[in-house]
Design a protein. Sequence first.
Length: 237
Amino acid sequence: MARQRGEEPKIFPGVPIQGFLGRPAGDGPFPAVVLLHGCAGLGLREREAWSRRLSSWGYVVLAVDSFTTRGMRHTCDRLFYDRVNDANGALEFLTTLGFVDSRRVALMGFSAGGIAVLQAVQLGAAEALMKQKFQAAIAYYPSCSAMSGEMAVPTLILVGERDDWTPASACRKMMERRSGKGSPLKLIVYPDAPHAFDAENLKTGISSFGHFLQYNELAAKRSFQDSHVFLSETLGH
């Protein structure tokens, strides 16, 4: 509303959060990816496995920790809406780094982080208020039930057919009700894959908050390839 009046919105101090930054060798400027963890907090999957993977593809990686400085352990029993602000704050931070190409930054998240990804780039929502914009988004097994499917940037959703926490069926229904507005949205469903199918530490399946989580090697490798191709196509790298 302030910008509609020709004014700059007032900046209010938020809660400081921390992140882990990885980068390729060289001077850059490099494209970048902001990573949002799931409801259990930042783990080795995001901080190490995904950071190494994305850096090897030529991307600067900022894995955001939304919980530690807030004294939070998990949000698996509720939604935590500040995570959209965390994502945009991470983007603003990356634009201050000389080795980052601020015109080529993507947002990626897992489960609850995937929900935040879709909320952050949903057409006409929070993204409309931001000066700096993400150029692409990838959501691993998010909940699609409350989403319009209208995205401001090219978006990729990856989910497993056997996911009993964030069902693929909800994402299919979202795709069906899309109006056609906004940027391209692609949904890929991996057969036989449950929730958290890319988490190598879950080779033995576990139950978490009444839901089944397990690594699926085939789905994981396919998702890595699909993510790599998508980032190359959308960020031009």
